[in-house]
Ligand binder design. Structure first.
Ligand code: AMP
Ligand code: GLY
Length: 422
């Protein structure tokens, strides 16, 4: 099959790499991609959030499958346009993408489906926010209702900081604090049924020890040796299937990746958030270990016939991704700084350098975003994969580079879930 990956970041690079290594996939294209993706796919200068342009490209290339990486194109209706053009699209319709596009909508669906999640209050005035904070109690969790690229959430013990964050947003969702390690579970969905992937963990804070502000993710690993072995099964039964049933009942069936962000609390798994696409960098280690065809899995989901393919298989190893971020991230980012050492790191056995925010300048690779690269390695277990990822990361440098030193260091993982600022 021929596949087109839509998007430009680390997730899209990891997807393009996996598709390029899949014997069932003969050609990989990307729109617009990045310099790393260009090594494994043909790049096309098309705006990923322009539904008509993406559908026209997919038609022209005669691809069998479009895989939409980021949320913004999905919320803009790219999957609808591609499907209307008669091409299979992995990624939900605009209507189903509201599960990520609006946190208030996601909460409403969870309530209707009986999905276990934090108690929450939707607020649009400072007075409502104040009341909700008092009902919820500290630590306070305040979320921007709109898409905020992973940066719309503040978790703090400082009531004034919580109020100040709410004041910078429009509508906010105030939530009860969920205490426990965080897990990412990616469920491949075809509208009615699902195959979960292997769980992963994402280190979201900028600094070691889970300190500093939330980011889009500073590193990840999979599998989670400490997690209950039936975790994916339990989450499918209590979260994914009820959500699919509720979305189908509303005539907006969910096709694509339902990314379930969970806190494993003392009372059991609770949903922190839904996203409607793979998480980055959390999906990187999962894809590195996938031992069955990604192309066939995503195509079957897009065509509503997941029952035709076997459940995905994973190699009995581990994988770790360590993110290299630019100066100023997550508040800002630095562009145009020269990056060295990528080829040497990428040439190591069992290592992939995943490009997130890079560009080609006149003298070679430069930074072009907050998260610049991720160094991903596989190994016999988490410790071996971690050692290989850090050894390869040592080869790479650019001015102002930020990197956590404790990704996957504590396999017990009870690190970020309970961390708060203030
Ligand atoms: P979100 O964008 O909803 O995933 O939130 C970003 C991060 O904030 C999560 O990964 C958690 O670390 C934290 N967070 C969000 N909601 C809660 C909650 N109810 N309780 C504790 N931490 C939370
Ligand atoms: N790693 C978090 C996300 O992709 O939203």
């Amino acid at each position: 099959m021929r596949a087109l990956v839509v998007g430009t970041g680390g997730r899209e690079h990891a997807l393009a790499l996996a598709l390029s290594r899949d014997p069932a996939v003969t050609e990989v294209h990307a729109a617009p991609g990045n310099p790393g993706i260009g090594a494994v796919a043909a790049l096309h200068e098309v705006d990923p959030a322009d539904p008509a342009a993406v559908a026209a490209l997919a038609t022209r290339l005669e691809v069998d499958l479009v895989v939409v990486g980021p949320e913004a194109p999905l919320v803009a209706g790219v999957a609808d346009a591609v499907t209307d053009a008669g091409i299979a699209c992995f990624g939900p319709s605009r209507a189903a993408a509201r599960l990520e596009g609006s946190k208030a909508f996601a909460k409403e669906v969870m309530a209707a489906a009986g999905v276990p999640t934090a108690r929450s209050w939707v607020c649009s005035t400072p007075a409502e926010v104040g009341e909700a904070l008092d009902l919820a109690g500290a630590p306070y969790v305040v979320k921007d209702d709109a898409l905020a690229a992973g940066k719309g959430v503040v978790v703090t013990t400082d009531r004034d900081e919580a109020l100040a964050h709410a004041a910078t947003c429009g509508t906010v969702v105030v939530e009860e604090f969920l205490d426990g390690p965080e897990v990412s579970l990616f469920a491949i969905c075809d509208g009615t049924s699902t195959h979960p992937l292997q769980p992963a963990q994402d280190f979201k804070r900028i600094h070691d020890g889970g300190r500093g502000p939330n980011t889009g993710g500073m590193g990840s690993y999979s599998p989670l040796p400490w997690a209950p072995p039936d975790l994916a099964e339990v989450v499918v039964a209590t979260v994914v299937q009820p959500t699919l049933d509720e979305m189908a009942r509303r005539a907006t069936p969910f096709r694509g990746c339902l990314y379930v962000g969970l806190a494993l609390t003392a009372a059991g798994p609770r949903v922190i958030e839904f996203n409607v696409r793979f998480g980055d960098p959390d999906v990187q280690p999962v894809l590195a270990l996938l031992d069955s065809s990604l192309g066939e899995l995503l195509l079957a989901a897009a065509e509503g016939r997941l029952g035709d393919v076997d459940a995905p298989r994973f190699r009995d190893e581990a994988a770790v991704s360590v993110v290299l971020a630019s100066a100023g991230y997550p508040e800002s980012s630095s562009k145009g700084d020269p990056v060295t050492g990528v080829e040497a790191a990428d040439a190591r056995a069992d290592v992939d350098v995943v490009h997130a925010g890079t560009a080609l300048g006149p003298d070679g690779l430069v930074t072009a975003g907050g998260r610049v690269l991720a160094v991903r390695a596989t190994g016999a277990d988490v410790a071996a994969a971690r050692a290989a990822a850090y050894a390869a990361a040592e080869e790479i440098s650019f001015p102002g580079m930020q990197r956590r030193s404790d990704i996957a260091a504590e396999p017990l993982g009870v690190v970020e879930g309970a961390s708060v600022t203030g």
